[in-house]
Design a protein around this ligand. Structure first.
Ligand code: GRF
Length: 241
């Protein structure tokens, strides 16, 4: 598979700081399978001053993923590795790794990439592989998270960005956002409320990574110099006194 849109072997992307000096940016490859709204949020956020990373490549396992178009519109190189072309998960992941490596990423982000990756692939990018998941992990790993949250009657739901480890959806948690589950919610309304927060936490996590502010110690992540969270989300809230 060839990478489209950007010459191969391109050097480290740079941006000019407020002081006028060139700043080297971390190279980010995003893997997508579909819509690509998280990719769009991340790519757009990465253009903000002080964001020390650039989405240089997007790879999809589906040739018609809307995320590819989002990448093209932003001048980001794209590639497709169709999983259906491969006889085994191992063979697909080996080709995927080959294509990803050509982008020389400092960070690989799974943003709606709907394939379970082999341990070999995950090990190759250990410590530089992030995933966005639409639930408050460890609750609701896997699929249909919003439907399952509604079925359980939980009052708070949300999303998680975590480092990827071999087991699915259990890696060290970087950041989470919680949203209320409201009376009358259905899967679509709840998904939309969570997605809005996904578009905030994914760029935040990647920004921290690129700034070297994520510290992984004994399976737990801390964010250096993060602002302390205050307050609580009560759902439903108590009556005002
Ligand atoms: C998001 O909800 C993400 O958390 C999940 O798949 C969805 C992808 O949406 N893994 P998009 O392609 O980023 O719009």
């Amino acid at each position: 598979m060839s990478l489209k849109g950007r010459p191969e072997g391109e050097s480290t992307p740079k941006r000019v700081s407020a002081e006028g000096s060139p700043v080297s940016l971390r190279r980010i490859t995003v893997l997508v399978s579909g819509r690509g709204s998280n990719l769009a949020a991340l790519a757009d956020a990465s253009l903000q001053p002080g964001f020390a990373g650039a989405v240089t490549h997007v790879v999809s396992n589906r040739p018609h993923a809307a995320g590819l178009e989002i990448a093209c519109q932003r001048g980001i190189a794209t590639a497709v590795v169709e999983h259906s072309d491969f006889a085994s998960r191992e063979a697909f992941d080996a080709e995927l790794a080959r294509v990803v490596d050509r982008g020389e990423p400092d960070l690989v982000v799974l943003a709606g990439f709907m394939r379970v990756l082999t341990d070999t692939f995950v090990a190759r990018y250990e410590g530089r592989l992030l995933n966005i998941h639409p639930s408050l992990l460890p609750a609701y790993p896997g699929l249909h998270t919003h439907r399952r949250a509604l079925a359980d009657g939980v009052k708070v739901h949300g999303c998680t960005v975590h480092f990827v480890t071999p087991a699915v959806d259990v890696g060290p948690i970087v950041v989470q956002a919680a949203v209320p589950v409201l009376p009358g919610d259905d899967e679509a309304t709840l998904a939309a409320r969570v997605l809005e927060q996904e578009h905030r936490v994914l760029p935040a996590a990647v920004r921290w990574f690129c700034a070297g502010r994520l510290v992984l110690d004994a399976g737990h992540v801390s964010v250096q110099d993060a602002v302390a969270t205050v307050g609580a989300l009560l759902c439903p809230p108590p009556d005002p006194i």
